[in-house]
Write a new protein. Sequence first.
Lengths: 276, 380
Amino acid sequence: MNYRSSIFVLTCIGLGFAFLYIPILSMVVFSFNASRLVTVWDSANSPTLKWYASLLHNEEILDAAWVSVKVAVINATGSVILGTLAGFGLARFRQFRGRFTLNAMTTAPLVMPEVITGLSLLLLFVALEQLIGWPAGRGITTMTIGHMTFSMAYVTVIVNSRLVSFDTALEEAAMDLGARPLKVFFVITLPIIFPAILSGWLLAFTLSWDDLVISSFTSGPGSSTLPMVVFSKVRLGVSPEINVLATITLGVVTTMIVAVSLWMARRAKIDKASAG
Amino acid sequence: MTASSGGAVKAQPWNDLSARPYVEIERITKSFGDFKAVDDVSLKVYKGEIFCLLGASGCGKTTLLRMLGGFETPTSGRVLIDGEDMSGVPPYERPVNMMFQSYALFPHMSVEQNVAFGLKQDRLPKHEIQERVATMLDLVKMSDYAKRKPHQLSGGQRQRVALARSLVKRPKLLLLDEPLGALDKKLREHTQFELISLQDKLGVTFIVVTHDQEEAMTLASRIGVMNHGEIVQAGTPSEIYEFPSSRFVADFVGSVNMFEGKLIEDEPDYVRIRSPEIDAPIYVSHGISAPPGAVVWAALRPEKIFMSVAAPEGGADNVVRGTVQDIAYLGDLSIYLVKLPTGKVVRVTQPNTSRHAEAIGWDQQVYLSWDASSPVVVTR
């Protein structure tokens, strides 16, 4: 039976994509709406860019976006460093008792309910402040630490799985040619697993960018992230500016994903060619 | 099957008691848990040799090689290279280089950068690195591909780059793990001879691991046949082939017809063996050291059996009748499977010296005979 071009298959694809993209598309369309009411299309004055202009003058949202960018970048960078070290250790250290448990433990934060992680972090930070005076209050630092606890777990899993399929003969060859272990790591291992590290960075960035729960628990006054601001605004009624913000985010994310996937596809082709 | 020695060593330092071995493996053992991968192996390899470790997969040959390279730590015993104890010396400080089975070329570096890697670790001046890399690439005929990445090369080209990379530091000892395993047959034969001439030119000592007996025969000055973590026999290719010391070696190197039997006459200059698998007693024109009545095996190579339609002249010794059961025509030679009246099937190879002669066909009655010096008698 040939399903390849049947109407049935086309309908399946159509329905699936409609389900995924109609809400997003409607949001994009309404970002050009002139009306103050999000649900009413003002056909006389639309489309317009006036909400784009007004967003650029909304200090609250811009500040929140800046906080979000800072937290996301620091979090992604920190998670990549810690996660790569953990992933490397787990993949390379010799077989030892309890290795399986350790492996499972690094992935536990992935399945832990966010509310619990957030609450436990809040309690820890409060207790620490009372004991040693650090961290003094809650803000960007505590939020970043909070994000890193779970982002790092994702990076560890990604790097670890890349290293498991890594031909250790490459490292041995480098050592055989006179490179010491630390040099081997930086000159051979790191460049080869770089795509995995990059996708880990992007994932950590994204996780931090749209995290609401853990941010809410660990943030302090004056350090609201974008999702926190959006969420509080939406509760008072959706403003057209939110549509604009979402559309811009969507544009940036799409561009980034397309660029990275293209680059990865090229790398994969090279890897495949060199393996075969 | 070539049984000539292809190695560069024309003298035989292993027979010279005063010769100093270059690599000495002293009672080395490597265990992984309860499993002994290498079991109490001692071995001496001399300067300029191509020594082949030959064995089936899992016999411990690669583990032995990796201990020489410093990638595995021996459970007991030690390795001396040029008289120096290598215990505890990490791979990056050994005067040894290794060519890996997968070639292990660095995928993110060009051919040139791959070859230069080892020299850069020694912090040599830039112009010297360039010079030596260029000379080496020239030697392996890869100069035109210097700027390419490994994934843009064919299997044979990658092999050359890997070889250049492992030789550019001018090691005294080069370890090669299945160096030709990934190449197709034609290319492999060609590369074998290139490898020998390169080794001859550079005067490097090679220790090669292979499971391919033909490769070992062509390359080696000496072969060490390994089984279950032990070296069961070490010797020149012709010694291994013509004088196997055990049934395992006789069977593993080349093909062989094995007759199990008992000594019925045991004299200093000849023996006679009676085997239930063959009607006539086997007459061997040299004495052996085995207790009378002991179970022995007579090993007879297929190419050392003569096959004829008419009864051969001479005595009744070493002549049997049989029926041709199967013929495999291989071009240069043909393999005949001949069934004896006892049911034993004997393998006989005959060179196809004439283009038209196809005198012997299926189901034909033939005589098989062999020289009294041909059978090798082994006791284990």
